[in-house]
Ligand binder design. Structure first.
Ligand code: SF4
Ligand code: SF4
Length: 641
């Protein structure tokens, strides 16, 4: 039992002190058993206050401290560091949250908020009195990272990690790298094309001795834990052995009788079963889409380096950390949504972008020259009825950039039917340019969406314009382009395999959007790019660099420190019923045999200290280090005191 406890009650400026009588809290706890001194402080986290606490610990030889302030999410580590600098073990410190749980929650009842704060602080004192000195756990870590997804975010992360000396396995499900960016033409703000950006990144990846690239590869299973993950890879071959004599592959593609919708071009044309998405694609070899290949052998007749007998193989890699950069899918409108798939000349922005890339000196669609385009914004974003409530961020910019491109190239007239334009930052210049081009902006009420009506070879858009006092407009256009948002990748199994949580928007979730924006609750698993949320290219790359440095800092020392707050099995009491193993969401508990008895054991690298296993144990054989039954019971006693 600690007997020389220091207690600090923070004003947090007015945040706490406006609704909680901090002096009363201090007076109520300073005579509580074990308390040696109690003080109030204006900002406990300020440098000067931290120094005062350190000095208190040293000069009074305090054996534990309590800080009653804001959420431990914000400052737990701050005060643990204060404790250590003062000479205390960091686990002889308890933070009590009287801001979020006190003053903010009960700002309408200051007297009750003060009473609650007193009880919470007493409970904190009771807990710290029972606290033990604990040490961080250290486990070995392989200085290797698996980067899953070789779009621009994954490519950039791979190079960054390799430059920092970490070995990288870059794993791409498709047979070609570059992800979505390779599908886009000229980009804003660099004027480079997507192809050029991908080419530059690929060159860096392929020359780096520390990066091993896998294409056609998916992660099929995972075992192990942070520092020591084993990933089972399922590798689908390209059915090509090596580079052929010049033009043989082109011949093979020509003679292939199979034609399927070309996904790379969003179904705007057909491709063969042996294919490349575009001529200079990486890796340079074509691939055979075996699901659609009939194995007729016509390609083999013209190219001896095609081997239709290659087989799917598996390989296991060992890594210390994993970085997910699996990107996004464009929202696919429902049939009939703004005439999609029911009216001929309604297409998505992604289809339009590919149409531009595939067009020559004239922009035509289904035999008709395109002279006017009506863009409908926020399709699949900011939905009122659907579950995609979020703004997809990139689409306003992308639509306006596209309109400027087709104006420059083909003098196309554009109508932008929007719900408020969000071309933030440097991208605002595109909006200015589009206005100078003579583009027309019409703002509609999301509750009264535009209606598309077929009109011969074109369409008419009926819309009520909020910018012209709700005038009803009829806009004849050659093509309607649906500006669709971003949604998470379809059939992305990696989240399930790694147990990475997803948010309400179904994108992967970070631990904290501001404080830990690229880490997930699964230790050693980082997220980057649009797998996390809608992002434009530069935002994706920034997050990939952040995730890469986080992964490198974790594994590069060859050793990882883990919190010692873990489940502990009292093996003499455990009767192995398996209930704890079944409930643990992190798969941290397994069965072992000790002296002929089957008992539970905890994998310390997997255990998160969440405590879910404790209440299910019928014989009370589990304790949580740092939150032992003794500590919790002493807190309850203090709360009902
Ligand atoms: S629930 Fe308790 S008794 Fe059952 S296996 Fe787990 S620790 Fe042992
Ligand atoms: S504390 Fe949580 S993570 Fe650890 S073994 Fe128990 S249930 Fe699993």
């Amino acid at each position: 039992m600690k007997q020389k406890i220091g207690v600090y009650i923070c004003h947090c400026g007015a945040n706490i002190a406006d609704h909680i009588d901090v002096e009363k809290v201090k007076a109520s706890v300073e005579t509580y058993p074990g308390v040696f001194l109690a003080r109030t402080t204006m900002f406990a986290c300020s440098d000067s206050a931290q120094k005062e606490i350190e000095e208190d610990i040293r000069s009074n030889q305090l054996d534990a401290i309590v800080v009653a302030s804001c959420s431990p999410k914000l400052h737990l580590q701050t005060f643990r560091n204060v404790a250590m600098r003062g000479g205390l073990n960091q686990y002889n410190y308890v933070q009590v949250n009287i801001r979020e749980q006190g003053s903010w929650a009960h700002s309408d009842k200051p007297a009750d908020a003060t009473t609650k704060a007193i009880q919470l602080v007493k409970a904190g004192i009771a807990r710290v009195a029972e606290s033990k000195e604990l040490e961080m756990l250290r486990i070995n870590a392989a200085n290797k990272v698996a980067v899953i997804g070789a779009g621009v975010a994954g490519l950039r992360a791979a190079v960054e990690l390799a430059d920092m000396g970490t070995e990288v396995f870059l794993i791409e499900k498709e047979h070609f790298i570059g992800g979505r960016v390779s599908q886009w033409g000229k980009l804003f703000t660099s004027d480079q094309t997507g192809e050029m950006i991908v080419k530059n990144l690929y060159k860096d990846v392929i020359k780096h001795p520390k990066v091993k690239l896998y294409t056609g590869t998916q992660v099929a299973a995972k075992s192990g834990s942070v520092g020591n993950y084993n990933l089972e890879l399922k590798i689908t071959p390209r059915f090509i052995t090596e580079a052929c004599i010049p033009n043989a592959f082109d011949k093979a593609i020509e003679v292939c009788p199979v034609e399927v919708d070309d996904e790379f071009n969003f179904g705007m044309n057909k491709r063969k079963a042996i294919y490349k998405n575009y001529a200079s694609e990486f890796p340079h070899l074509p691939a055979i889409d075996i699901e659609n290949c009939t194995k007729c052998g016509k390609c083999v007749e013209v190219c001896s380096n095609i081997d239709l007998d290659q087989e799917v193989r598996t390989e296991t890699i060992n890594v210390g950390s994993i970085l997910i950069s699996t990107g996004f899918d464009p929202y696919e409108p429902a049939e009939g949504e703004y005439g999609y798939k029911t009216i001929d000349n309604v297409i998505t922005l992604q289809q339009f972008l590919r149409l531009i890339e595939l067009s020559g000196s004239k922009l035509t669609y289904k035999g008709k020259e395109i002279k006017t385009v009506g863009y409908i914004y926020c399709v699949g974003s900011m939905q009122i009825k659907g579950d995609k409530k979020y703004c997809s961020r990139y689409c306003c910019t992308s639509a306006i950039h596209t309109a400027n491109e087709v104006y420059d190239k083909y003098k196309v007239k554009s109508y932008h039917l929007n719900r408020g334009i969000r071309t933030y930052g440097k991208q605002e210049l595109l909006y200015t340019q589009s206005s100078l081009n003579g583009d027309v902006y019409v703002e509609f009420d999301p509750k009264k969406e535009p209606v598309i009506i077929k009109n011969g070879k074109g369409a008419v858009i009926n819309v009520i314009d909020l910018l012209t006092a709700k005038e009803e407009l009829e806009i004849p256009v050659d093509l309607v382009v649906l500006v669709t948002g971003m949604v998470p990748r379809k059939g992305n199994t990696i989240g399930d395999i790694l147990k990475v949580p997803i948010g309400r928007d179904k994108f992967f979730n970070e631990i904290h959007p501001k404080l830990r924006p690229v880490e997930t609750v699964i230790d050693g698993v980082q997220i980057a790019g649009a797998s996390q949320s809608p992002k434009n290219i530069s935002e994706s790359l920034k997050s990939s660099l952040a995730a890469a440095s986080k992964a490198a800092s974790l594994v590069s020392k060859g050793e990882i420190e883990l919190e010692p707050t873990l489940a502990k099995i009292h093996k003499n009491i455990c009767e192995w019923c398996g209930k704890c193993a079944a409930i643990c969401p992190f798969g941290a508990i397994t069965k072992t045999t000790i002296e002929g008895r089957e008992v539970a054991q905890v994998n310390v690298a997997n255990c998160k200290g969440c405590g879910m296993c404790l209440p299910v144990c019928p014989v009370d054989a589990i304790d949580l280090i740092g939150y032992t039954n003794r500590e919790i019971e002493s807190m309850i006693d203090a709360l009902i005191d």
